[in-house]
Design a protein around this ligand. Structure first.
Ligand SMILES: [Zn+2]
Ligand SMILES: [Zn+2]
Length: 211
């Protein structure tokens, strides 16, 4: 936070957060509130105290809602029960209850995706980009996003149907494209991504035909 010190007060002129987006939003809210209502504080200590109080005030409904969270799903395993919780304030939680000691451990998330991801993780499962939950060893993590077998199969089908052509590479010493046109079904080696190996001239000169 940058403050502009005047003899009698601090005015918030810029604020840059190093914490997550949700908290940053909350602080932006506080900053706007201060700007709109011209709240005057006389020292940095007072400013921090005000922020702490306003934060507590803003957090109160969200924290209170955690007390009455609904259990959306749960599984009971040999030594613990794992629950997926959802609060009226929109937060998602994952709670582990140790069946022996009764110890309770809860993690809270702002999005359903993160909550379900953690819930899956604790049970040896994983969430696909399509939202499906599958066993951890069934998820394909070779791409940018985790994919379930169904999504992998759909991606393979889509690739097979995509049109490709063998195009000349620029630059001295490079082989020219042979002009082959076909579909992904004809391409055998896809390991390194585009450009692919041309099935006609065996050069890495095959690229998708983009409309
Ligand atoms: Zn999927
Ligand atoms: Zn070729």
């Amino acid at each position: 936070m940058t403050t502009d010190q005047t003899p009698s007060r601090y005015q918030v002129i810029d604020y840059k957060s190093v914490v997550d987006g949700k908290i940053e939003q909350r602080f932006a809210h506080i900053r706007d509130g201060i700007a709109d209502h011209t709240i005057t504080v006389t020292s940095e200590i007072d400013a921090r105290d005000l922020i702490a109080k306003l934060s507590a005030w803003l957090d109160a409904p969200r924290l209170a809602a955690r007390e009455t969270a609904d259990a959306v799903e749960w599984v009971t395993e040999v030594d613990e029960t794992v629950m997926l919780l959802h609060t009226s304030a929109g937060e998602w939680g994952v709670r582990c209850v140790d069946r022996g000691t009764g110890h309770v451990d809860t993690n809270w998330f702002t999005t359903e995706r993160d909550g379900r991801g953690h819930y899956a993780d604790l049970r040896g499962k994983a969430i696909c980009i399509c939202g499906a939950e599958v066993d951890e060893d069934e998820i394909d993590r070779s791409g940018d996003e985790p994919q379930c077998p169904k999504c992998v199969a759909a991606a393979v089908e889509a690739f097979k149907a995509t049109k490709f052509t063998c195009v000349p590479l620029d630059g001295p010493g490079y082989p020219g494209g042979c002009g082959w046109v076909g579909t992904g079904a004809d391409i055998t080696d896809t390991s390194d991504g585009e450009p692919f190996m041309c099935p006609a001239c065996d050069h890495l000169t095959v690229e998708e035909i983009r409309q």
